[in-house]
Design a protein around this ligand. Structure first.
Ligand code: NAP
Ligand code: MG
Length: 403
């Protein structure tokens, strides 16, 4: 078979531990034999981040700005224990945080569904994608523990020194206080990313907040979304036959549970944190959750939602076979290849991505799966496969499809 042509390279970001092992296997078994794979390779594995004083992470993010599509392996975010384990020069920042700060944008998480694992919510037929605003609010709040009676005020001082002052509360005893903020430009880029993603996947977009109670803060989010939709997106949404609407967060929760799925739910930072765990758990497994960062100016970075699966890595290093699920990492590759194909006008690459995804799903649905899925499967398990055997089974299915 002639390898499938690729025009522009992907930004390939290698990572750590068990997912680094899977990364290599996926390339060798599922990609290189079939496509003329072109990548610009950045090693974001912790040892190399340390060697380059984390410059490699910055270089990778800038490469995504240039090439527009990247695929990333899970990476360790070092803590104190990791600094010792890897003898690091410094406790380097989270690579995902660094990349997000350079690209800006919104993270979309979507479960991968199969017919043998049903969501807890019986009505859900299609995946639900959470778009979480990953900036500000309670994550950047200033807090104060009030221990004695006193007056709390909200004071804003402009550049000329003019003050506006509002009483928050007159405390007669102990209590707590919190100050949150967000920025119009960040909210606007959240709105644009969400709307762009809705268009590119052909799904409706929901946005929820609590503007009835938060008459300035949440109201600002609602108004910015509305303005951007009307000015920049309404025509394209109508042409595509998809809709955008705003609703209160409590109404959204009720509607999500009654829905069939198949839409994008944009959430403020805290709501997105909570709701994405609810959605992923209700759909099944963290190992079956994809994640993509979409920047407002149209750059895409694909990855699995899970981490480096450290517990499996330690067993692998001890010479044991592990049954680590590679599906979300494979889908990071297929997502990136499909996007590359769309941007370059190479439909054969998109077709390959579709077939590889089908091969994964059909392998699971034939009863061959990794251990995490055997616990959830509603069909008889024919074989609990280790990672290598599972990838080989996927390859067999893929070869049938490509023949
Ligand atoms: P994790 O790697 O997601 O693993 C947590 C547990 O979930 C695993 O021990 C395993 O459970 C199960 N699991 C996750 N993915 C699986 C898969 N593909 N197949 C089978 N089981 C899977 O999270 P963590 O242990 O909290 O974090 C490990 C490292 O990953 C940390 O250094 C963290 O900094 C990093 N991390 C990176 C990213 C990222 O790069 N995006 C995200 C999160 C965490 P069992 O052990 O019970 O089988
Ligand atoms: Mg969370």
């Amino acid at each position: 078979m002639k390898p499938i042509e690729m025009k522009t390279p992907l930004v390939e970001m290698d990572g750590d531990e068990m997912t680094r092992v899977l990364w290599k296997l996926i390339k060798e078994e599922l990609l290189l034999p079939f496509i003329d794979l072109k990548t610009e390779y950045y090693d974001l594995g912790l040892p190399h981040r340390d060697e380059t004083d984390d410059q490699v992470t910055v270089d990778a993010a800038n490469a995504i700005k240039r090439l527009h599509v990247g695929v990333k392996c899970a990476t360790i975010t070092p803590n104190k224990q990791r600094v010792e384990e890897y003898s690091l020069k410094e406790m380097w920042k989270s690579p995902n945080g660094t990349i997000r700060a350079i690209l800006d944008g919104t993270v979309f998480r979507t479960p991968i569904v199969t017919s043998c694992i049903h969501p807890v919510v019986k009505t859900w037929e299609k995946p639900i994608t959470i778009a979480r605003h990953a900036y500000g609010d309670v994550y950047k709040a200033t807090e104060y523990r009030v221990t004695a009676p006193g007056k709390a005020e909200l004071v804003f001082t402009d550049k000329d020194g003019n003050e506006t002052r509002q009483t928050i509360f007159d405390f007669e005893g102990a209590g707590v206080l919190q100050g949150q903020y967000n920025r119009d430009d960040s909210i606007a880029s959240f709105a644009r990313s969400a709307m762009r993603f809705a268009l590119s996947t052909g799904q409706d977009l929901w946005f929820s907040a609590k503007d009835t109670i938060s008459k300035q803060y949440d109201q600002t989010f609602k108004l910015i979304f509305e303005e951007i939709y009307e000015k920049e997106f309404r025509a394209a949404f109508e042409e595509k036959g998809i809709t955008y609407f705003y609703t209160l967060i409590d109404d959204a929760v009720a509607r999500v549970i009654r829905s069939k799925g198949g839409f994008i739910w944009a959430c403020k930072n805290y709501d997105g944190d909570v709701m994405s765990d609810m959605i992923s758990t209700a759909f099944g497994s963290l190992a079956m959750m994809t994640s993509v960062l979409v920047s407002p100016d149209g750059n895409y970075e694909y990855e699995a939602a899970h981490g480096t699966v450290t517990r499996h890595w330690y067993r692998y290093q001890a010479g044991e076979k592990t049954s680590t699920n590679p599906v979300a990492t494979i889908f990071a590759w297929t997502g990136a290849l499909r996007k590359r194909g769309e941007l370059d006008g190479t439909p054969a690459l998109c077709g390959f991505a579709d077939k590889l995804e089908q091969a994964c799903i059909e392998t699971i649905e034939s009863g061959v799966m990794t251990k995490d899925l055997t616990l959830l499967s509603e069909i008889p398990v024919r074989e609990t496969a280790d990672s290598f055997r599972f990838i080989t089974a996927i390859r067999e299915k893929l070869e049938e499809k490509l023949a």
